[in-house]
Write a protein that binds this ligand. Structure first.
Ligand code: HEC
Ligand code: HEC
Length: 445
């Protein structure tokens, strides 16, 4: 009985293989045992997995870079941000941290900029750059006569930058690298109509502009629209640094205070921050003591009026983000010998590796810690639905996020300051050399 079923199974396979044109391959493979075994073991479904992975990655990249999820109805339609953008010269745009992807420019425009034929001091050039879809994370919409009539934003606005290979702020795109020059607050402030924000937050325009100005470059507050907490008790801005969106595969929880998984957060941002048209559900936000503003916004349970332009993209977007590797620092940017010694300090005496477990540099499992454990105030921790914890930050690719400092609000200006903090907090008793070595190791990650 067992034998016959195995036989018919094998026979069925052979038939299927012949029918799909793989018969020849199998024959060839069987004459070459070295190649044969593995090739034969691949099922048709293995091929489907490969195709699926490729499709997800490519679609996800497109979504990450170019999809507004229909949010132009908010940024253009309601805020009328395009009217302000149309008045910006490329110089102004670069000054608020917007980046230009030279790969989108095309030869003619590149030559014209190089030759000084196109001025970076004229708003018309900004429109040309927008038409070429080269302003990272900004999608412009033009009417039949070529007039800018709306604008939307994409994930890349905050989570990509460029390598400056053409000029400062103009170069090849770097997905996942946080744009620590981007002044989101200053850009939003330019919008002619800020009512959607002032009415939700219950403040006047002057107060809102003060808050937006308090963010500064490289920061954004993704939670104020839920809890209304624009300032910390110490009077400083409640905004956090734009984090890296690379090196996240294998990491369980996301955001500085662990709101949820990557895909959780993608839906959260697409719907409640970018104002894309999609579904978002999180009953935790219906706790009006913690999130009073959801009473007005209904952000605990959002259902799109028309087509859902977010949900069908979440799988690909998730996959793409997990496939972005952490960038590697150039060899001449750290002392390799010292870094090697620092690795040992990291793993033993300094106890860093108990939380930042290599090679993920975050604990496998539930990687959350109280503010007291890491020796900081609990303001930002208290804003997440768990209301208590900070997530261990994955450390690879630290070198691309030195601007703006370290920890969720950039309170430590550089890696020396981070190590000094741990030294005090954990009473490590490191020697001067050990501290230096540890910093070199961090630079090498
Ligand atoms: C306006 C700027 C902005 C835009 C646009 C934006 N993000 Fe973010 N993103 C942030 C900030 C700020 C945080 C940190 C939030 C926190 O910890 O409270 C963050 C956090 C994240 C994280 C968590 C990273 C980690 O270390 O766990 C991921 C993943 C992410 N964003 C992906 C996206 C995707 C995908 C999109 C598009 C759907 C997007 N973001 C759009 C500003 C932005
Ligand atoms: C108890 C767990 C724990 C230990 C031990 C620990 N860390 Fe951390 N680390 C964290 C958490 C949690 C954060 C996030 C803090 C924040 O954003 O406010 C963090 C953040 C960091 C950051 C900032 C990353 C960024 O992009 O902002 C660096 C750098 C860092 N840790 C290095 C170290 C080093 C070096 C050691 C050893 C001396 C160490 N950590 C020990 C939990 C830990």
């Amino acid at each position: 009985m067992l034998r016959t079923s195995w036989f018919s199974l094998a026979f069925g396979f052979a038939l299927a293989a012949c029918a799909s044109g793989h018969g020849k391959k199998i024959e060839e493979a069987s004459t070459n045992p070295a190649v044969g075994e593995r090739e034969n073991a691949r099922s048709k479904f293995d091929g489907e997995i490969d195709d699926y992975a490729k499709t997800l990655r490519e679609e996800g990249r497109e979504v990450f870079r170019n999809d507004t999820f229909g949010d132009e109805e908010f940024w253009g339609g309601e805020l009328r941000l395009h009217e302000a953008v149309a008045k910006l010269t490329p110089k102004d745009a670069l000054a608020v941290g917007l980046k230009v992807d030279s790969g989108q420019l095309g030869k003619i425009l590149v030559e014209a900029i190089k030759g000084g034929k196109v001025s970076l001091e004229k708003p018309e050039t900004t429109l040309e750059l927008l038409k070429a879809n080269s302003v990272v994370g900004v999608k412009a919409f033009f009417d039949d006569k070529g007039k800018l009539n709306s604008i939307g934003i994409t994930c890349a606005l905050c989570h990509s930058t460029v390598d400056d290979s053409f000029a400062s702020g103009i170069g090849r795109r770097l997905d996942g690298w946080p744009n620590r020059d981007l002044n989101v607050g200053a850009i939003v402030s330019l919008a002619p109509n800020l009512k959607p924000f002032t009415s939700t937050l219950g403040v006047d325009e002057a107060a809102l502009k003060k808050v937006l100005a308090s963010w500064g470059p490289g920061k954004y507050d993704a939670e104020v629209i839920q809890d209304g907490k624009a300032l910390r008790p110490d009077g400083k801005s409640a905004a956090t640094l734009l984090p890296a969106a690379f090196g996240l595969a294998g990491v369980n929880l996301h955001t500085y205070n662990g709101w949820g998984s990557v895909t959780y957060w993608n839906a959260y941002v697409a719907v409640t921050q970018m104002h894309g048209k999609g579904t978002f559900f999180d009953p935790r936000l219906a706790d009006h003591r913690q999130y009073p503003l959801t009473k007005k916004t209904g952000f605990d349970d959002v259902r799109p009026k028309g087509e859902d332009r977010v949900t069908p993209k979440l799988a690909a977007l998730h996959y793409y983000q997990l496939s972005i590797p952490p960038p590697k620092p150039r060899k001449d940017t750290f002392d390799a010998e010292a870094a090697k010694r620092g690795e040992a300090v990291f793993a033993s005496k300094a106890r860093c590796a108990t939380c930042h477990v290599p090679p993920l540099f975050v604990e496998p499992g539930w990687s959350m810690h109280t503010a007291a454990e890491i020796g900081v105030d609990d303001f930002q921790a208290a804003r997440s639905p768990d209301a208590k914890f900070y997530r261990t930050t994955p450390l690879r690719g630290l070198f691309v996020r030195t601007k703006g400092g370290f920890y969720h609000d950039g309170r430590f200006a550089d890696l020396d300051a981070v190590v000094s903090h741990y030294e005090r907090q954990l009473k490590l008793g490191l020697t001067e050399t050990e501290r230096r070595d540890l910093v070199e190791y961090l630079k090498s990650l």
